[in-house]
Structure formats: C-alpha cells, structure tokens
Design a protein around this ligand. Structure first.
Ligand SMILES: Cc1cc2nc3c(=O)[nH]c(=O)nc-3n(C[C@H](O)[C@H](O)[C@H](O)COP(=O)(O)OP(=O)(O)OC[C@H]3O[C@@H](n4cnc5c(N)ncnc54)[C@H](O)[C@@H]3O)c2cc1C
Length: 398
C-alpha cells in the first residue's frame, strides 16, 4: 500500500491488489514507528493521521517477573514524533487507501487475489488473479510482490528462500479491557510464560508466545490449564480469562524468519515480508516493510516515468535494503535463541533482572539504543519522490 501510494503520487499508474475484502485482520501488528510518522510528516499527512484514534508510547516497558523495566525511550530520537503510535493497522491502511484514491493513477482492487505470474520471454508482465467477478489478468511493466510471509509471488517466481529458523509461534486472542487496567505495558514475562498485550481500547489484543509446534501440546493440557497460564503472566486477567471458552477463539500464527537470495527478476520485485519474513520480536517488521516501499519508490519512480526501468534498478532496491534486513534478522535470530528460548524454558521465579535489562535499569540513557533500533532502524529512508499533482501556483495537492 505504501509503495502503491508513493508511486501513484509520483504520477505512475498503479493497481494495488488485496485478497481480503477489508483490512480488518487481527494478525497485523499495531505499531506505527517514529520513522513511519516521519514519512507521514514528509508527505504532509501527519496532522490528519494523528487525528485517528491511537495511543502514544514515549517509552516501552515490560514486566519481568515482579520487576517493571523500561526497555526503550523514544524521547531522544531525532524524528518529528518522539513516540511510537499504537493504532490498529486497518486504520493505517484505510488512511493510506483514502489518500491514494485522490490520485487518478491509483486503483485499489479489494477481494482480488493474485494467483499466478504472467510471464513472456523470461519477463514477468503481470499477474492472474481471482476477483469477485471471476478470474482476471492485470498486465504491468513492473509487478511488486508485497504479499507477506506466505507470499504466492515469491513462490511462483521460484525465488530461493534462505530460512533463518524461528523457534516460536504466537497464539493470538482477545481479552476485554477494564478502564482500571494498567496501560503502556507491552511485554510480560513470568516463569516460562511470555505475553504481549496491545491496548485496543475496549479489549486487549494478546500475543502469547509458545515454542514452535507447541500448540497441540497446549491443547492437550486443556483450556483450563491454558487460562491458568495466562493468569500467571497477567494476574489482572483473573476475572475475565473465562471469556476464552473455546479453542476457536485462539488463533495460531506461525512465525518465520527468512529472506530471498534474489529479490527481483526482470519485471518483478519482492519487498517487505515477501522478500524477508520477519518475526514479531522487536516489533520491527512493519517498519522494515514500509522502509522497503519508500526505497522502492525513490529508486524506481524516475526510471519508470522515463520508461527506462531495468533490472539494475530493481537490484538497487535489494542492494539498498538487504543490509538493514540482515542486521535486524541477525538480531531476531539471536534474540530467539538467547532470550526468548531461554525465557520459555525458565520454570522458577526470577530473583533479579537478566543482565541486559539490569544494565538498562542502571544506565537509563542506554534505553535510547533499543528506541532507535525499534523506532528508526538501520538505514532509515526518506521520501525523495515528488508530487506532480501539486499545482505550481497554489502549492495545493489534489
Ligand atoms: C504474530 C505476529 C505479530 C507481529 N507483530 C508485529 C508488530 O507489532 N510490529 C511490527 O513491526 N511487526 C510485527 N510483526 C511482523 C510484521 O507483521 C511483518 O513484518 C509486516 O506485516 C510485513 O508487512 P508486509 O506489508 O510485507 O506484509 P503483510 O503485512 O503480511 O501484508 C501482506 C498483504 O498482502 C495481502 N495478500 C497476501 N497474499 C495476497 C495475494 N495473493 N493477492 C493479494 N493480496 C495478498 C494480505 O492480505 C496482506 O494484506 C508481527 C508478525 C507476526 C507473525
């Protein structure tokens, strides 16, 4: 959506396909990072964007056993907004879609699922898709695969996937929220149980981390035991964990960390999770996907307008974005092994904070480092594409 919006704004005809008929998917992360807010600022959309309901987190904190610890402090970032905004991702996507539709070059086709690539003379020239009106073909000079971690585009293109391995899965569920609940605590850990709670106003969107493939064993122990586990890690939920009455209310989300060896072929480019599936650890996958989209628009818009888009331009996108991806995936794989895996194996109550967290407690200025890593990341991108729709006289955009 971000790539589509930026390219249409630059005057390039774009069709965005979304296989669902809305963006109301529970499995999306809710984090709008300072770098994305910076992007909104650069596009002149920030003020309007921040009018949408959201919460602003200037710090991220976690509850580790009986300790509450601040792990990231965004207030020193060199960005316009010194906070992370928590907003359901469907609001963000609807916002972008509404602004995209103001450009005649932008078409969004909902309920339209890409199923096959169309190839001619070794070049991808578009996609076949299922639509509410039957099968369709969409021809394009460039097809961008931004279809997430189960990407059909990467699979049909035959791209080689390097699997970095992810030893965790996530159970995703809702538990109602009371006005008196403590807020702004995202991560909670106690005796082998790890849970992230996202404030969605009248309910908590909860992510309960389990060892990969561990859901069947959890089911066998029974729902009552699972509810007890939840209360162990979030005691405030004692009075309402009974809302979880059947396993259908609990969705299993498989976590993957991988990347493509090649992100592109003539006529085709993969970005975001389609090029590099990210784990939820660190809450950085959305940021990375958006930054890929900005870099893509920056690199390909001019050549596309000149009708001189070559494979080298697509390779330049991979070249620019591969380094930040690798750095973050290295961190995620390390965190899986060193912290999350160890945390899930812990059976005894913690008597003291683990060393990295103890250091953050002792030296608060070090919290700026995780804030930068999560909020901005390696090699942040800025909007370099222009908007030819802006009239020279009024300076107003259509
Ligand atoms: C449980 C979990 C929690 C996470 N939480 C966070 C978080 O809090 N913060 C964070 O930064 N990252 C988080 N991540 C990582 C993050 O979700 C991804 O890195 C990010 O969403 C990637 O964005 P994307 O646009 O590439 O793909 P996606 O967000 O997956 O979007 C792909 C889109 O393509 C559509 N689509 C798929 N196939 C087709 C098709 N064939 N035709 C048409 N449309 C199609 C999908 O419906 C979807 O709308 C989490 C990951 C998991 C697994």
């Amino acid at each position: 959506m971000v790539a589509g919006f930026l390219l249409a704004r630059a005057g390039i005809k774009v069709t965005v396909l979304e296989k669902h008929n809305d963006f109301f998917r529970d499995f999306r992360g809710d984090t709008i990072h300072p770098s994305t807010l910076q992007l909104m600022y650069e596009l002149g959309l920030l003020e309007e964007f921040l009018r949408l309901p959201h919460q602003e987190y200037r710090q991220l904190s976690g509850r580790i056993g009986d300790f509450t610890v601040i792990v990231a402090d965004f207030t020193h970032l060199k960005t316009h907004c010194k906070f992370i905004a928590l907003m359901p991702q469907w609001d963000f996507l609807n916002f972008l879609a509404a602004h995209g539709k103001r450009y005649p070059e932008f078409t969004l086709m909902m309920e339209t699922e890409a199923t096959e690539l169309i190839e001619e003379d070794g070049r991808v020239v578009g996609v076949r898709a299922k639509s509410p009106h039957g099968p369709i073909e969409i021809r394009a000079r460039l097809t961008i695969g931004a279809d997430g971690r189960h990407s059909i585009v990467r699979e049909r293109a035959g791209f080689q996937v390097i699997d970095r391995g992810a030893p965790i899965d996530v159970l995703w569920m809702r538990i109602s929220r009371e006005r008196t609940d403590p807020d702004q605590t995202l991560g909670r850990f106690r005796e082998g149980k790890l849970m992230v709670t996202l404030d969605r106003d009248d309910y908590w969107q909860c992510a309960y981390i389990i060892p990969k493939g561990g859901f069947d064993a959890i089911k066998q122990r029974g729902l009552e035991r699972f509810r007890e586990d939840i209360v162990t890690v979030v005691p405030e939920f004692k009075d309402r964990v009974g809302e979880l009455k059947e396993w259908e209310q609990i969705k299993l989300l498989s976590v993957a960390v991988d990347h493509l060896r090649q992100w592109c072929r003539p006529g085709l480019l993969c970005i975001g999770d389609s090029a590099h599936a990210m784990s939820p650890i660190g809450g950085v996958g959305i940021n990375l996907a958006i930054q890929d989209a900005v870099a893509t628009a920056n690199i390909i818009a001019e050549p596309m307008i000149r009708q001189e888009l070559f494979l080298e331009h697509l390779q330049a996108v991979q070249h620019r974005r591969e380094f930040p991806t690798r750095v973050i995936q290295l961190f995620q794989v390390f965190a899986h092994k060193r912290f999350v895996g160890a945390a899930l194996r812990t059976t005894v109550p913690l008597k003291k904070l683990p060393p990295p967290l103890a250091v953050l407690e002792k030296f608060p200025y070090l919290r700026r480092l995780p804030a930068w890593f999560i909020g901005v990341g390696v090699r942040p991108e800025h909007v370099h594409t222009t908007d030819p729709h802006v009239t020279a006289h009024s300076g107003a955009s259509i």
